[in-house]
Design a binder for this molecule. Structure first.
Ligand code: GDP
Ligand code: GDP
Length: 382
């Protein structure tokens, strides 16, 4: 999953590291040249003591300015302070790196490249911009002590940016079910989203997921408009052995949902899963119909189901459904086939609602709870 996103991030780490190392080598070359020129000019005059105290002072003031305060480099500092300049010169590379502070110029072009490639990977514009700005903010001004710092800092900065983007307050459905149980009510979940995204399969997956936890769900076939929708959901319900409440095609979807809630109450079932007509989000009648279901059964959760493979389209659909009916959470389907990861990265941040589940395949057990830390691990892990 998300292989291409992973590649983009690690290639950015590589590029920034390479660029700064190259700069370091060049600076070292000119430093060496300066030194030999200075030595030639000075002839045999005493150059030993003056540079030593200069270097010392410089190091000390740098220490005061230091942003990061890890212990190890400090030890190195005191170690090198004790060294004679000649030994220090041998460690020329170390002494240069010690003086390097990452500037905006060092990272600008590479981060611009990253932004473009994130956009190509279906990351929403506002999200790509936020990532770049956050990385820049973290990196610019950081002092590099060792060569390995560059890649470490860059990876850290990217990880921080991605973590911030994925951070959205989430809900725990198990807790919600238990809360409702105490009130003697079922938890009512309404599923919205356009056709073909995997909505009916997802409803069956969610039913399976909670049946495995010991709960009893009932489905409501409230997509009474689309030909075949009732049959499609019935097919899934029969396969997993779940009760489905359905009326005839063209019936009032709110009435179907209402009946399903009554059924759950009568049979002490903990979950009502309501399918809705997945017409385009621009269809006014459909939106009115959804609002009617909302009014009649007052769902506890409205979950938007989107297809990860459609990238920015999924994000735009989520935005429209959220504007019209208000979305509480997101389920992204087909994550198993999604290399780009653009929708997974952007969708929650754009509508400020959590991704709760990822669809990861075609069978009923192919669903996983989404955790931001998991996604961070997925794109930065080995
Ligand atoms: P609906 O029209 O939105 O109800 O879509 P369906 O539930 O019928 O799903 C459309 C197609 O997507 C079906 O072939 C599903 O098996 C497939 N599908 C649904 N979820 C996933 C998923 O998470 N991964 C993969 N690979 N396929 C999925
Ligand atoms: P199309 O011609 O198949 O694109 O369908 P339209 O969007 O023009 O709708 C045809 C009729 O069905 C209109 O009277 C709409 O109000 C109604 N309609 C459209 N979408 C839905 C829906 O999702 N649910 C219900 N119940 N009616 C709808």
């Amino acid at each position: 999953m998300f292989e291409s996103l992973k590649k983009k991030l690690s290639s950015t780490v590589g590029k920034i590291t390479d660029k700064l190392s190259k700069e370091e080598e060049e600076a070292k070359k000119s430093e060496d040249q300066d030194k030999s020129e200075a030595a030639q000019k000075a002839g045999k005059t005493d150059t030993k003591k003056a540079p030593k105290s200069e270097v010392k002072q410089e190091e000390k003031s740098e220490k005061r300015k230091e942003k990061s305060d890890t212990k190890e480099p400090e030890q190195e500092d005191s170690l090198s302070e004790e060294m004679e300049p000649s030994e220090k010169e041998k460690k020329g590379l170390l002494s240069f790196v010690r003086h390097k502070t990452i500037s905006e110029k060092d990272v600008d072009d590479i981060l611009f490249e990253l932004e473009m490639s994130l956009l190509e990977g279906d990351v929403a514009l506002e999200v790509a911009e936020e990532i770049i700005n956050s990385v820049k903010e973290d990196l610019v001004g950081r002092k590099i002590k060792r060569k390995s710092d560059v890649s470490e800092f860059t990876k850290e900065a990217l990880k921080n940016a991605i973590s911030k983007i994925l951070e959205v307050d989430s809900q725990n459905i198990d807790e919600l079910i238990q809360l409702k149980q105490k009130q003697g009510e079922p938890l009512k979940i309404m599923f919205v989203g356009i056709n073909g995204t995997g909505k009916t399969t997802t409803i069956a997956k969610i039913a399976t997921h909670f049946m495995e936890k010991g709960y009893k769900p009932v489905m409501a076939a409230s997509d009474t408009f689309r030909a075949g929708a009732i049959e499609q959901l019935t097919h899934h319900a029969d396969k997993i052995g779940v009760k489905i409440i359905k009326h005839k095609k063209g019936a009032d979807p709110a009435a179907v949902a209402f009946d399903a809630v009554e059924h759950a109450k009568a049979k002490q079932k903990e979950l009502v899963l309501v399918d809705t007509a997945g017409r385009m989000q621009t269809n006014v009648n459909l939106m009115d119909e959804m609002k009617k279901i909302q009014r009649i059964i007052k769902p506890d959760l409205i979950l938007f189901v989107g297809d990860a493979l459609t990238g920015n389209d999924a994000v735009e659909q989520a935005r429209k459904f959220d504007d019209t009916v208000g979305v509480d959470g997101i389920i992204l389907t087909k994550a198993d086939a999604d290399a780009k990861g653009g929708a997974a990265l952007s969708i929650g941040h754009v509508i400020n609602k959590p991704i709760l589940f990822l669809g990861t395949g075609q069978s009923y057990s192919d669903i996983m709870e989404f955790k931001p830390e998991w996604m961070v691990e997925q794109v930065f892990g080995e």
